[in-house]
Design a protein around this ligand. Structure first.
Ligand SMILES: Nc1ncnc2c1ncn2[C@@H]1O[C@H](COP(=O)(O)OP(=O)(O)OP(=O)(O)O)[C@@H](O)[C@H]1O
Length: 918
């Protein structure tokens, strides 16, 4: 049984007293907050003004300043809705619940306000009539800034045992406030069965919840700390260490729960997570902007938000590509394809290369390269790291080749008799004379030519060495030879061709640029699939030229290639030079200081340079890395996060999963999604399948069952689309009815633009100025965006309307063609501003977002374009909170047969000859 709703009678003095009392309490809390903020601001100012010459002290100062700055930001974020609840416990204890904890230093640090995440707050979210958890009364306190606007009480008592909450009283009826429900739509009501049976018997704080849900959307997600429901609370506070999968239909609060879980973990595991950080992966940049304020509003920063496409440092994947290309790039086979592409760059020479070193000629051919390549591959090291083994083997083999030639030349030398004696007087003039190593006559350099044109002294020496049973070339000769080989530019060039140092970007670019390279690396793909991967490098690649599906491939390639040692060497050289500069500078400073010291008439003072040398002084000047954890993590591909949250996780391809898993070796993860909403052809249809390669069956699945977003009228229609998928999936139950019937309107193909313009105006007016989205087929987006723009009302249409993603030149020139379901979809990454009142989006761009009103355009085309059947249409239909309209050309799809024509729903018919509600 839900609580009864019983507004307090007008003039209810107890309600008035209560209101005054809570107002007083809120005012007191705000005064405390002001005090805390002022202290933090003063601490910040003091830290910033401190002039610490010592680097250690400067680091402390910077850390202190950062801490104070965080506190100031946190206290500022708490100003709105600081307090939202009160628990009256059965034993008389009172607990005020809010967004942060506030203690009373004058009363032995008793809590004045308890953080919503503290265990003492938990009954606020869990108490029910059946299990009151020692709570006698739960009060929701609604506030705007420093003002209390409403009080809603739920009273638990003996009479409620087994029967739910005794009663709910709205103690204030203060009328419409900022954040109040849209009054033009009538009061929101809890959804229930036609006979009046409520659909939900376990809602916590129903009045406060319904008030929040009925409010206009702002384009920014807000926290729900005041109205977290019991099933959500269980997930938010789950102590699950490994992978927690949260599944639920649209609007069940998956995103919200994931964000609150991040805030909870940052509170309960602060020590661990503040060092390693938390990563939140979302489906597109617009979505990240939609959610970006939730954690700061809960006082938590230090979290990195990223799309899959931006998870590789230095890459902003914004380019569009065909569905086929994205799907192929997401397949697990890409691991082998990339490995083959790397091996393909470890080549054999087409023709032998002859290199003249010292006195010999070395020949680089397959007999040298094949074993060198095998030895390098056998190490199992990444390509760039194994290169040093390859180079070493090649040079060793070439050196040996030359040495062998020397040795074999011994047999050809006619050794004169004096040679044996030579060993007895090796360093005498006589020896030199005998060997012709004189200055007079003979070959330049003192040698005389042998009969076969060789260098006689060398040959003689070699022969002498052989006679003495010593190696022909001693280690230093061999070392010289190696050095000569190493510095030979022709050999260096040849080695670069045979085993080049590669960046992930270069590997992928070269692979996609060549049909032959693709055939060699990916013989298992069809011709059409390989053609989809082909990409002409054109005028070069900018960081934004990558597509979201490329990023996991870059990450995989990084693993196969390893770091480019040149980058490490460059960095080490730069660091060395920088340090040297600092030391030189410090030396100069010490000189100046010491010169000043020598002016000391007594000459007894220690000079600065006596106390510290330039090296140590230079080191003290070193800059301390003051970047936050999130900033450092964002710049480091190998950063291991303390916890990773993935939203819309069903959209991740197998390759994207591999990348995300690398970011979290401990597998402490929360994955939220809904396999019924999978739109990406490379996405998952089963969690077990997606996670099996990483954790087998070792993950925990939690389900959310209640839809808080979309009114029941709309969910009835969306449920039909879900059922049509035939996978036995059921749409979640809506928590409320919106009071507005969804509608459909049939228009002629050529009148779509005209109708759309008027519909946008009409629906915005009906939504009382709320936010509206026009969700369109991919192939129609650019064309329809301008039409909706004309139809938006507001100060300036060009400011008012945002097209989800910037129109981009798509590969293969296919974007915008009406009938190509495989065209480049222009959805590389929507950067749209979520606060625009009217937006035009494709289904993919609308993922995870919500609007007061939605017009879905051409559902039949959305169905045709979807690689996953009705999943996309289901997503589109479940974006609105209150109003849904569907505009179709021709007959509506059968799955929408329950939608009533627009006129029949009382909507204003759009003008135009072909408008028809048939
Ligand atoms: N307990 C709650 N109190 C108030 N509002 C809530 C609550 N739970 C969810 N909501 C609201 O419901 C809406 C839908 O939530 P959310 O976007 O998290 O759902 P979702 O499951 O991620 O949806 P989708 O799968 O469609 O992306 C949001 O406006 C959210 O603030």
């Amino acid at each position: 049984m839900p609580p009864e709703s019983a507004p307090a009678p007008a003039g209810d003095t107890s309600g008035g007293d209560e209101h005054a009392r809570e107002q007083q309490y809120l005012t007191m809390l705000h005064e405390r907050l002001d005090g805390l903020r002022a202290a933090a601001a003063a601490g910040l100012a003091e830290a910033l003004l401190r002039d610490d010459p010592e680097p250690g002290a400067r680091a402390d100062r910077d850390a202190l300043a950062a801490r104070h700055a965080d506190q100031v930001a946190r206290f500022d974020a708490m100003r709105d809705r600081l307090l939202f609840g009160r628990l009256d416990m059965a034993d008389g204890e009172q607990r005020y619940i809010g967004r942060m904890g506030v203690l009373d230093p004058e009363a032995d640090y008793q809590p004045l306000l308890i953080d919503w995440r503290a265990p003492a707050s938990r009954p606020f979210y869990l108490a029910t009539g059946a299990t009151p958890l020692h709570v006698a009364r739960r009060r929701h306190i609604r506030t705007v800034g420093r003002r209390v606007t409403h009080l809603d009480d739920e009273v638990f008592g003996p009479r409620t045992l087994g029967g739910g909450v005794l009663g709910l009283r709205t103690l204030d009826g203060l009328g419409a406030d900022e954040g109040d429900p849209d009054l033009t739509a009538g009061p929101p009501t809890a959804a229930g069965e036609p006979d009046g049976t409520p659909a939900h018997d376990s809602l916590v704080g129903e009045a406060a919840l319904l008030a929040t849900l009925g409010a206009h959307r702002t384009g920014r997600m807000r926290d729900i700390v005041a109205t977290i429901q019991a099933e959500q609370d269980r997930i938010i506070r789950s102590e699950q260490d490994g992978i927690l999968v949260v599944e639920g239909g649209p609007g069940t609060g998956k995103t919200t729960v994931a964000l609150h879980r991040a805030a909870y973990l940052l509170y309960s595991r602060r020590e661990q997570l503040s060092k390693r950080g938390v990563l939140i992966v979302g489906p597109n940049p617009a979505f990240l902007r939609y959610i970006e304020q939730v954690l700061p509003s809960l006082g938590e920063t230090g979290v990195l938000l990223s799309t899959v496409g931006d998870l590789f440092p230095g890459v902003r994947a914004r380019r569009a590509e065909s569905t086929t290309a994205a799907e192929v790039k997401g397949r697990p086979e890409m691991v082998d394809i990339l490995a083959a592409a790397v091996r393909d760059r470890q080549r054999l020479p087409d023709t032998p290369l002859e290199i003249t070193v010292a006195d010999g000629v070395a020949r680089l051919d397959e007999t040298i390269v094949v074993p060198a390549r095998a030895a390098a591959r056998l190490t199992g090291r990444a390509h760039n790291h194994a290169r040093s083994v390859f180079v070493r083997e090649v040079i060793t083999a070439l050196t040996r080749q030359i040495a062998d030639r020397y040795e074999s030349s011994i047999d050809e030398v006619d050794i004169p008799d004096f040679v044996d004696d030579f060993m007895l007087w090796p360093d005498t003039d006589a020896a030199r004379d005998a060997l012709g190593d004189g200055t007079e006559g003979g070959e330049p350099g003192g040698g005389s030519a042998t009969a076969d044109g060789g260098d006689w002294p060398s040959a003689a020496l070699a022969a002498a060495a052989a006679a003495a049973d010593r190696p022909v070339l001693d280690p230093s000769d061999l070392a010289d030879l190696r050095r000569d080989l190493r510095s030979d530019p022709r050999l260096a060039e040849a080695i670069d061709g045979l085993w080049p140092l590669l960046t992930p970007q270069a590997l992928l670019k070269d692979l996609f640029a060549s049909a032959d390279a693709l055939s060699r690396a990916a013989p298992g793909l069809t011709d059409a699939e390989r053609a989809a991967l082909r990409r002409d490098p054109g005028g070069g690649w900018a960081p934004g030229d990558w597509t979201p599906a490329d990023t996991p491939l870059l990450d995989e390639a990084s693993e196969l290639l390893g770091d480019d040692p040149r980058a490490a060497i460059d960095a080490a050289v730069a660091a060395h030079l920088e340090r040297q500069q600092r030391i030189d500078y410090a030396g100069g400073v010490l000189d100046i200081l010491s010169r000043g010291d020598t002016e000391d008439p007594d000459g007894e003072l220690l000079m600065a340079s006596d106390l510290i040398d330039a090296d140590r002084f230079g080191e003290r000047q070193e800059e301390v890395d003051t970047r936050s954890t999130a900033e450092r993590a964002a710049a480091d591909r190998t950063w291991a996060f303390g916890h990773v949250i993935v939203d819309e996780a069903q959209e991740l391809s197998p390759m994207a999963w591999r990348m995300v898993m690398r970011r979290c070796p401990t597998r402490s993860m929360t994955l939220v999604g809904d396999v019924a909403q999978t739109g990406d052809a490379a996405g998952s249809s089963s969690w077990a399948q997606a996670l099996d390669p990483f954790v087998g069956p070792r993950f925990t699945l939690e389900r959310l069952t209640v839809n808080y977003r979309t009114g029941a009228e709309i969910m009835d229609i969306a449920g039909d689309v879900l059922a049509a998928q035939g996978r036995g999936l059921r749409a979640p139950r809506s928590v409320r009815r919106s009071g507005r019937a969804p509608w459909r309107l049939m228009v002629g193909a050529h009148e779509l633009a005209e109708h759309l313009e008027q519909l946008v105006r009409a629906e915005r007016a009906a939504a009382g100025g709320g936010r509206l989205a026009v969700i369109v087929p991919r192939s129609r987006r650019d064309e329809l965006a301008s039409l909706a723009e004309t139809g938006s009302t507001g100060p300036r249409p060009d400011q008012d309307v945002e097209v989800g993603a910037p129109a981009q030149a798509a590969p293969h020139g296919q974007a915008g063609t009406a009938d190509s379901a495989d065209s480049a979809d222009g959805e590389g990454g929507a950067d749209g501003d979520p606060e625009r009142p009217v937006v035009v989006l494709t289904v993919r761009e609308s993922k995870g977002l919500e609007f007061d009103a939605v017009i879905v355009v051409e559902p039949e085309r959305i169905l045709a374009e979807s690689p996953r059947g009705a999943g996309d249409l289901y997503v589109a239909l479940t974006r609105p909170t209150n109003q849904l309209g569907v505009v179709h050309v021709g007959e509506p799809p059968a799955v929408l047969s329950r939608l009533r024509p627009r006129e029949a729903t009382g909507g204003v018919p759009a003008a135009g000859p072909a408008a028809s509600g048939r």
